[in-house]
Design a protein around this ligand. Structure first.
Ligand code: FAD
Ligand code: EPU
Length: 269
């Protein structure tokens, strides 16, 4: 276990966020001590807007033993999802194709039920292990309960590892399904972002609504609504959480959209 002060902008894909105490855990035995004071869990930081002032809680990140695993056995929650998507394709195992292009940790993907219109991670899970209030639990996805970009995991639960539910398939069939997902993502920007800022409302797309309202290219400081896809807010370099929040509020003053990102800390308006 290693504890150090960091800037969360170095641990989030938006490259925004102030100081915090990072607890880098290597082994499940370290969970009781790490969770003995208020904490947050950091995955790959790809769905987070973190305040410029940072957060007072410990920030737990899963490394070491938590980042290891085997595709057909238990997979550590601290490992990166894209690695398993590629490994499944290599082995001719089907189930993870819809998750192509999602830059999540396995644990963060489970918490958010990450997915695309082709399917979500809950559809590809056999079992989830998590640590909560000093104990380990193992549950089926049905017992946890998942919805669109949400899971029924109890607050504070730390996903430690999962077992995937994969089916044998030809490598060609898996590759073809991945190509379809890749094609659907082609319009997404390559600049620093945290993915889609808002959830899609029923029967519509937040990106279409934000675009139609004329927000593409709208800027606050170094934060901008992407020209490529209007549901992506991009950091042009050096954006602050405050600038990004002002941009989000400007959109929400026009459109009643629900944020998909998680916001950490207090962002002054
Ligand atoms: P973080 O952003 O670090 O954390 C998100 C939440 O998960 C926090 O509440 C955190 O506390 C919690 N968490 C993290 N790890 C654990 C754990 N081990 N146990 C319990 N809770 C945990 N999302 C999609 O759904 N579909 C997409 O197509 C998609 N495309 C994206 C493209 C880009 C370029 C980017 C930057 C993001 C995209 N996202 C997409 C958003 C993001 O990748 C997902 O929301 C992802 O699930 C976040 O995972 P993470 O590990 O980065 O979690
Ligand atoms: N659209 C516009 N203008 C834009 C962007 C989109 O008119 O600027 C229109 C498109 O033409 C299309 C519709 O909106 O008719 C939907 O767009 P798209 O196909 O790009 O999909 P999306 O609903 O915006 C969803 C997920 C993405 C996921 C893709 C691929 C949400 C909020 N977003 O995007 O997930 O990658 O499908 O399946 O559910 C994320 O959650 O962070 C994320 C990136």
């Amino acid at each position: 276990m290693e504890v150090r002060r960091v800037l969360l902008k170095d641990h989030t894909t938006l490259a925004v966020g102030g100081p915090a105490e990072l607890w880098l855990l290597e082994h499940p035995d370290e969970l009781p001590e790490a969770t003995a004071a208020p904490y947050r869990v950091l995955g790959n930081g790809s769905n987070l807007l973190v305040a410029d002032q940072g957060v007072p809680e410990r920030v737990i990140k899963l490394a070491g033993r938590f980042a290891e695993g085997e595709l057909t056995g238990w997979v550590g929650a601290g490992s990166l999802l894209p690695i398993w998507v590629q490994e499944a394709a290599r082995q001719g195992l089907s189930g993870l194709e819809p998750l192509l292009g999602i830059p999540a940790s396995v644990g963060g993907a489970v918490r958010m039920n990450a997915g695309t219109r082709f399917g979500a991670i809950a559809d590809a899970l056999a079992e989830v292990e998590y640590f909560h209030q000093g104990r380990f639990f193992r549950k089926s996805p049905g017992e946890i309960g998942f919805g669109y970009r949400k899971s029924g995991l109890p607050p504070g639960a730390i996903v430690t590892r999962v077992r995937f539910d994969l089916k044998r398939a030809s490598r060609e069939a898996v590759a073809a399904r991945m190509a379809a997902v890749d094609a659907a993502r082609k319009g997404q920007p390559k600049r620093k972002s945290a993915g889609c800022a808002f959830k899609n409302p029923d029967h519509d797309a937040a990106g279409r609504l934000i675009d139609a309202a004329g927000f593409k290219g709208f800027r606050v400081g170094r934060a901008m609504v992407s020209h490529e896809h209007a549901n992506f807010v991009v950091n042009l370099g050096g954006a602050t959480a405050r600038e990004i929040w002002q941009l989000i509020e400007a959109i929400r003053a026009t459109l009643p959209l629900e944020l998909e990102w998680e916001v950490w800390g207090v962002i002054e308006p």
